[in-house]
Design a protein around this ligand. Structure first.
Ligand code: TXA
Ligand code: MG
Length: 344
């Protein structure tokens, strides 16, 4: 299959490429598109065969449900049973990087929800994503547009590398602003359970929800045979091919450890901007300032992809803090590292 590539700027919402891509979606095809979080691999959410094609193109197990993308929060009514708590969250955070799990209606086939009776709804803020959903005139089911097991794509080039030849079209709108996938919450009475941390932090959620709890699988390893609240949690995600080890400890000890490692082994280091001058300039990848978690979120997945392309035996990175946006970085990195943490 040849894949059409439409390279357009994020503001160019009236570009004819949008209606061409929408036409492909309506005909049951697949289109990758940018969102403010990461790129999505889209298909018509109401079409069971589109969902099957998505799983196939990604090489993803078909029990891992897809998120459906709508233009306005109230568009969810067609696909899900909403409630007051949903609208309170929508008022505060939509359009934006938040996904809410709701009971599904019959309009969403089980192929899209991986057999679940619930559906994940998200209302993205990226202008091209919004224009595409609007033009397709249906909800778009979309997982992240990477091959299963590799980091989510935070720019068009990543999508082209992973999915060229496997899908009908790619809208390349450049870099995604946030760089990490959306926050996912499940609503239980007055409580919000955080299933996947993202740019909408637990603190931000607690301004709107009476109680916010973090699902254990966000920070911990699932026990054998344990069923996670979100099926995606059981997979080893974002995994570089080269082993990744996370370092925890005082900055001075971490630097000491890394300097010794640079002399002893062929390692790549995902370092803070402030450390660039303090380590030997060899296979160093700058992930942003230690104090700027948003910058780190923006570069993390690109950094993991780059590290994987370098000739080395091991990759080191800092274990992020678990506060604020740090929790999202922590969650992605412990999965990529398969929970390998060294205390120095
Ligand atoms: O930012 C994002 O959320 C991106 C962009 C494209 O919107 N999408 C994304 O999709 O990250 P994906 O498929 O890579 O991750 C969706 C996660 C999976 O872990 C899946 O298990 C979970 O959402 N999920 C989807 N539907 C669910 C449901 N009904 N109940 C629980 N978890 C669900
Ligand atoms: Mg994904």
């Amino acid at each position: 299959m040849t894949t059409k590539i439409f390279k357009i700027t994020p503001e160019d919402t009236s570009n004819p490429a949008i209606s061409e891509a929408a036409e492909i979606l309506r005909a049951g095809g697949l289109v990758a598109f940018p969102t403010e979080t990461v790129y999505g691999l889209g298909g018509d959410a109401a079409d069971p065969s589109a969902a099957k094609k998505i799983y196939e193109a990604k090489g993803r197990p078909s029990d891992n449900p897809l998120i459906i993308h709508v233009v306005r929060p109230e568009d969810a009514e067609r696909y899900a049973y909403t409630n007051d708590a949903y609208y309170r969250l929508a008022e505060a955070f939509m359009p934006g990087p938040l996904t809410v799990i709701l009971p599904k209606k019959d309009t969403v086939p089980y192929e899209t929800t991986g057999g679940l009776d619930t559906v994940a709804v998200r209302c993205p803020s990226h202008p091209l994503a919004r224009a595409l959903i609007h033009a397709a005139d249906t909800a778009i089911a979309a997982p992240s547009a990477n091959l299963s097991g590799s980091p989510s794509p935070s720019c068009g080039t990543h999508v082209i590398r992973d999915l060229w030849g496997r899908i009908d079209a790619i809208i390349d709108g450049g870099e995604c602003e946030i760089g990490l996938e959306s926050t996912i919450v499940q609503l239980k009475d007055r409580e919000a359970v955080l299933l996947r941390p993202g740019a909408i932090t637990a603190d931000a959620l607690s301004c709107v929800c009476e109680k916010v709890t973090v699902a254990p699988a966000v920070t911990e390893l699932l026990k054998e045979n344990e069923r996670p609240l979100s099926p995606g949690m059981k997979y080893r995600h974002y995994a570089p091919k080269i082993p990744l080890v996370l370092l925890e400890g005082e900055e001075e000890n971490v630097l000491h450890f890394l300097r010794r490692a640079q002399n002893a082994e062929k390692c790549t280091i995902l370092c803070y901007y402030e450390e660039l001058a303090l380590l030997r300039n060899e296979r160093l990848i700058d992930i942003g300032s230690e104090k700027d978690l948003a910058a780190q979120a923006h570069t993390l997945f690109a950094a993991l992809r780059r590290a994987d392309e370098l000739d080395c035996d091991i990759i080191y990175a800092h274990l992020p803090p678990t506060e604020g946006l740090g929790l999202a970085l922590y969650n992605r990195l412990i999965r990529a590292a398969a929970h390998t943490i060294v205390h120095v």
